[in-house]
Design a protein around this ligand. Structure first.
Ligand SMILES: Nc1ncnc2c1ncn2[C@@H]1O[C@H](COP(=O)(O)OP(=O)(O)OP(=O)(O)O)[C@@H](O)[C@H]1O
Length: 593
């Protein structure tokens, strides 16, 4: 059982190493160069230390005082080489580390944008943030700093073995025996450390998630007077993490205790044998001094190599996590271009259940959305209206049936082409913690005139102008300095600024007062004349003048027509009208305008 676990672990490590190499190979020359600089630097340090032998044996004991300058010159040059290469090596490893972090970070960012929305919604934000702030950083430090330093230590170790073995094979044997104990300890502790690091990392992720959620929900927590509950839940997450850290610390301590004892006894043995060799005349004092120093260094090198092996297991755990996420399958992408104007959008018997659920939210939905018109989708809460938007955005794929754009299945169409044609405003739009202008531009190159025009249509220009910094006002985290209605209007301005072919307003004006909403609707109707606008709304005033009203109920289209036609013949629509006052349904109202 245990053996199988080891084999599986090793296979996993090899898989991770191979995967890592795919990324690292692109900067292999830079890495190889930094390793070479570090290795030569280490050798220069060993060479500099060797000057003591000449100083003691030749200059002091041999009384060749005229050689003092030569010895000093040798020491100065080798030490300078060591010093400069150490500095350069540090610089190179840091630079390589940042390059790899940037490379992996941008790959991950691009990947996140292409992942199925379900996998992002399913995971928690802080976990994703941790991939950037911790895991990728750890992986890049491992590859660009720890690994070259490990190679440097191995190269230094080989040189020390050569020198010590040449001068005193028995000292080398003593050091090697005790070092073998190190390796045995490394083999024993390596897999345990790796498992523990991974577990600790997961608990840390949970705790960060808790912190992130705690900060995001501050207002609700205060509003519901749940501070004690929130504190307790954080303490719980921290306690679990704390236990794991302590467990990890205990293991690391017992490993250190054992390895330090081994090293201490080994040093005593070298001193004893070396002293005896000098007294018996088999080695000189100079050789004894440097062999003793090199032996200590060899012990340290062994320990560093040992730590490197231990850390390698732990670091590969970070790499495992990153590999898992990098290997997630991207959302399916169509390949057919869509350059022509959208002529028709048809839902052909679309059935859909959210991932991980059984309930059919859309049930063989048949829908044809005419183009160049204002279309409203109404219906009871939970009837599947917003799900239509989610499928149009390709956040999810229909379970069965097909959405066709100009007769072509949406899943076959190139995402960039399709998404370039539509724009959606959600009920609770996300605003960047940046200026209003940046939020309106959202990375697009619009003129100031276009931005202002869009804000005028969205009835938000005057409000923006009334603020001290106008369009340069910073809106705070998720736009918390604004009311719900102001946020919605800015989001609408942001959407219409780009004049999308298809605009979807999903409860996008729910937080506006009646008068502002009416003005906005009128201006929007003028702006969008001849273009397709889909309005999902509860408030009837928002949809009454739509060219076509689609009534959804329990995942199906049950009625359609103009307001008047439906008032004359649509049972469900008439019922909706009778239960909804013109103020709209209160259940979906968000923070007031
Ligand atoms: N991400 C999700 N995972 C699982 N179920 C979901 C998800 N999003 C929505 N649902 C469920 O799907 C059903 C339809 O939701 P949808 O938001 O489409 O309804 P709606 O008609 O827009 O309702 P409302 O008018 O209240 O916004 C609801 O029962 C809802 O609970």
């Amino acid at each position: 059982m245990c053996r199988r676990t080891n084999v599986t672990g090793r296979r996993l490590q090899m898989k991770t190493v191979r995967w890592l190499w795919g990324y690292v190979s692109q900067m292999r020359w830079a890495l190889a160069f930094s390793m070479m600089v570090l290795v030569v630097g280490q050798w220069a340090q060993i060479a500099a230390q060797g000057s003591q032998k000449f100083l003691i044996d030749d200059v002091l004991v041999g009384k060749h005082y005229e050689q003092l300058l030569w010895v000093l010159g040798y020491f100065t040059i080798t030490y300078l080489v060591f010093y400069l290469l150490s500095w350069w090596g540090r610089y190179l490893t840091r630079m390589n580390g940042l390059t790899l972090q940037r490379y992996m970070g941008s790959r991950l960012m691009a990947l996140i944008q292409r992942l199925p929305v379900a996998s992002i919604q399913g995971g928690r934000t802080a976990k994703w943030v941790q991939y950037f702030t911790s895991d990728i950083q750890q992986v890049s430090t491992f590859v660009t700093e720890d690994l070259p330093r490990g190679i440097q230590q191995v190269a230094g170790t080989l040189l020390l073995i050569g020198i010590i073995g040449w001068n005193s094979p028995i000292v080398l044997a003593i050091v090697s025996v005790f070092s073998a104990l190190y390796i045995a300890l490394g083999r024993y502790y390596g897999p345990i450390m790796r498992r523990q690091t991974r577990e600790m990392q997961e608990k840390r992720g949970d705790m960060l998630t808790k912190i992130e959620e705690g900060i995001s929900s501050t207002r609700e927590v205060i509003a519901f007077n749940r501070m004690a509950w929130e504190e307790k839940s954080f303490r719980g997450a921290f306690a679990v993490f704390f236990d794991k850290v302590m467990e990890n610390g205990k293991l690391a301590n017992s490993q250190l205790l054992l390895s330090n004892s081994v090293q201490w006894i080994g040093r005593m043995a070298v001193l004893l044998f070396g002293g005896y060799s000098v007294i018996s005349g088999s080695i000189s004092i100079g050789v004894f001094v440097i062999v003793y120093q090199y032996s200590n260094q060899l012990f340290n090198n062994y320990q560093t190599v040992f730590n490197f092996v231990m850390n390698m297991s732990g670091q590969l755990a970070y790499a495992d996590r990153v590999r898992e996420i990098f290997n997630q399958e991207a959302a399916p992408e169509g390949s057919k271009p869509l350059k022509a104007e959208v002529q028709s959008i048809v839902f052909d018997k679309v059935t859909f259940a959210y991932p991980g659920t059984e309930r059919l939210v859309l049930n063989e939905l048949e829908l044809s959305i005419p183009q160049g018109k204002k279309i409203a989708i109404v219906g009871s809460s939970g009837g599947g209206k917003s799900t239509v938007t989610q499928l149009l955005l390709r956040f999810f794929e229909p379970t069965s049936g097909c959405i066709r754009i100009n007769g072509t299945p949406l899943s076959d169409i190139r995402n960039a082409d399709w998404l370039g044609k539509l724009c959606v405003v959600f009920q609770e739009p996300f605003l960047l913690p940046d200026t209003i202008r940046s939020n309106l531009l959202f990375g697009r190159p619009f003129s100031e005139e276009r931005i202002i025009e869009a804000c005028r249509i969205a009835q938000v220009h005057e409000f923006i102008e009334s603020m001290e910094n106008g369009y340069d006002t910073v809106v705070g985290e998720r736009g918390y300095t604004l009311s719900g209605g102001q946020r919605q209007r800015i989001a609408i301005a942001r959407a219409i600024a780009g004049e999308p072919e298809l605009l979807i307003l999903d409860e996008a004006t729910s937080a506006l007062d009646m008068e502002t909403e009416m003005k906005l609707q009128e201006a929007l109707d003028r702006e969008r004349a001849g273009k397709t606008t889909i309005v999902i709304a509860h408030r009837l005033s928002t949809v009454r003048n739509a060219d076509l009203i689609l009534v959804m109920h329990e995942g199906r289209l049950v009625e359609q027509g103009t307001h008047q036609e439906l008032m004359n013949g649509g049972d469900i629509y008439r019922r909706l009208v009778s239960v909804m006052s013109d103020e709209g349904a209160p259940k979906k109202r968000i923070r007031g305008a």
